[in-house]
Design a protein around this ligand. Structure first.
Ligand code: SD4
Length: 341
């Protein structure tokens, strides 16, 4: 049961500014599921999904491709210096390097990905070029950087003074060993806008007016991770999966558990078998609990899904997973308030 939603002003979505107007009961997903295909529509993880959706909507509203919409949308948090979990300004690894992971997938099953990419502010656009200009799916590290520079991307310093200060503060006590839930330390079920950016990745899914789906996922990964650590976000099937016959799914939270369960692919396959987006997300969460019940109590993982009819849903291990939904009627920031515990 969705028990709490943050409601974002309806307003003209011809891309005018949106504002949070208060807490309220908003959409009725039942009525959606009975309706004809709801398109175009775009959904994205966390509070910062609102601004990202708004940018994506400018593409969708003018009849553009879902692929262009998701790339445009996730570039917003990638460029947001106040966001320490995505793109420029992201928290570094334990050695002080900002390393970014991203992937993108279109309606034809094409996909591209970069992992452990340094010095480039928009990994999602590099991932798209990997998809479109190479015979490969994934480029990592130095090779990904070389590819980006060869294609005209600018080399930038991604570590902001704020993120550097946070890293140095962490170093005082930080142990040089994986701490899987490090960035969820401030996790609270009572979070509100304003207490944002404690975590995470942005995952975005869009259905365009032609009825085609695409998705994108981008992150700086777990804060203060081990050098070389790559999470689920750039891994097709784990952090993101799109099947234009069925739907798409994306994940956020502790990537190791999402990889172990191939979470986003699982969600899409469960939708193929007839589950609603939310039921499929819930089942993927339950698989994580079944595999690692003790770990699951201490971490956050959230899944978000959109099907071919424009129905959407989400489910998370712990309370507090917000996601933004934008269609021709309005934009909402929703919260899946149920805990499996
Ligand atoms: C990762 N899933 O690297 C990503 C980042 C994230 O909470 O969402 N962290 O594991």
């Amino acid at each position: 049961m969705i028990n709490r939603r943050l409601f974002i002003k309806a307003g003209a979505l011809g891309a005018s500014a949106l504002s949070v107007v208060g807490l309220a009961s908003a959409r009725n997903e039942k009525s959606r599921s009975n309706a004809r295909t709801n398109k175009p529509i775009v959904i994205a993880t966390w509070d910062f999904g609102v601004a990202a959706n708004q940018a994506a909507w400018t593409v969708l509203a003018s009849g553009g491709r879902a692929l262009d919409a998701v790339e445009t949308g996730v570039r917003v948090p990638e460029a947001d210096l106040a966001n320490p979990t995505v793109g420029k300004g992201g928290y570094p690894d334990r050695d002080g390097h900002v390393t970014l992971d991203a992937c993108i997938m279109d309606d034809k099953g094409n996909c591209g990905s970069v992992a452990a990419l340094e010095h480039i502010a928009h990994p999602i656009s590099v991932a798209r070029l990997v998809m479109e200009k190479t015979p490969h799916v994934m480029l990592v590290g130095e090779g990904a950087l070389q590819f980006a520079l060869a294609n005209g991307f600018e080399q930038e310093k991604l570590l902001t003074p704020e993120s550097e200060a946070a890293w140095k503060a962490w170093l005082k006590k930080g142990k040089y060993e994986p701490v899987i839930n490090i960035e969820n330390k401030s996790f609270t079920s009572d979070r509100l806008p304003g207490n944002r950016y404690n975590h995470d990745t942005i995952g975005m899914l869009a259905l365009d007016s032609s009825g085609n789906l695409s998705g994108a996922c981008t992150t700086s990964g777990m804060a203060f991770k081990m050098r070389g650590r790559v999470g689920d976000s750039p891994i097709i099937g784990a952090g993101l999966y799109v099947d234009n016959e069925v739907g798409g799914a994306t994940a956020t939270g502790v990537g190791e558990e999402v990889i172990r369960t191939v979470g986003s692919f699982l969600v899409v396959e469960l939708m193929r078998q007839g589950m609603s987006p939310r039921e499929a997300c819930r089942e993927a969460v339950v698989r994580i609990i079944k595999k690692k019940p003790e770990t699951a109590k201490k971490i956050q993982v959230g899944f978000l899904a959109l099907n071919k009819q424009g129905e959407y849903g989400a489910f998370s291990l712990q309370k507090g997973f917000s996601y933004a939904v934008c269609d021709a009627k309005q934009q909402d920031l929703l919260m899946d308030g149920e805990s499996v515990y």
